[in-house]
Design a protein around this ligand. Structure first.
Ligand code: MN
Length: 204
């Protein structure tokens, strides 16, 4: 899904692109029901309520994220972040990056294993709730970005490529306090085909 599609689906709860049990055993159907139907859908409903009758009501999600702060920013960014997060997961995707993305990862981090290690460390050392992002600038340079709460690299003029949801609601039902194990399992269900397509779009 491109960012244009995301913008077009403002105030719509985007359905999961797979069945609720499609990511088991790494993410349970129960977690996905709560994560998608309650948390993500809750951000969309709250955003709708907050922007009603304001100048934000006619903006795209990305415009709201760039121009707002406080509760409106938090709910808009969480709505955007979650669609982006769910879309990148699959049990059946490519398990290793290829092509231009692989070359950029090797140049920046030395290896895919080192990228995984650094993002895992960022996720396990983030205090409280937030997101760890792999992002690209328009020249194709890669960055690992850690953001608290609803933070997104969209506001740093970077293009998000991949994200780890480090809110407890993303893993606590399945992993309890074992955040590190949840991140290690995240790497088994990241679909590198999706990440590569995002990278191609960012550097086109
Ligand atoms: Mn979440």
């Amino acid at each position: 899904m491109t960012m244009t599609t995301l913008a077009a689906t403002l105030f719509t709860v985007v359905e999961l692109p797979y069945a609720y049990d499609a990511l088991e055993p790494y993410i349970s159907a129960e977690t996905l029901h709560f994560h998608h139907d309650m948390h993500y859908a809750g951000y969309v409903a709250k955003l709708e309520e907050l922007v009603e009758g304001t100048r934000y009501a006619t903006m795209t999600l990305e415009e709201i994220i760039r121009e707002s702060d406080g509760a409106i920013f938090n709910n808009a960014a969480q709505a955007w972040n979650h669609v982006f997060y769910f879309e990148q997961l699959s049990r059946h995707g490519s398990h290793h990056p290829e092509g231009h993305l692989l070359r950029a990862i090797d140049e920046t981090f030395g290896s895919v294993d080192e990228l995984r290690r650094r993002m895992t460390t960022s996720a396990t050392s983030l205090f409280g709730s937030g997101w760890v992002w792999l992002a690209s600038d328009y020249d194709g340079r890669l960055y690992i970005i850690t953001k608290p709460n609803a933070g997104t690299p969209l506001n740093d003029s970077l293009v998000p490529l991949m994200c780890i949801d480090v809110w407890e609601h993303a893993y606590y039902l399945d992993y309890r306090n074992q955040r590190k194990q949840s991140v290690e399992d995240f790497w088994k269900i990241i679909d590198w085909d999706v990440v590569e397509e995002r990278y191609r779009a960012a550097t086109r």
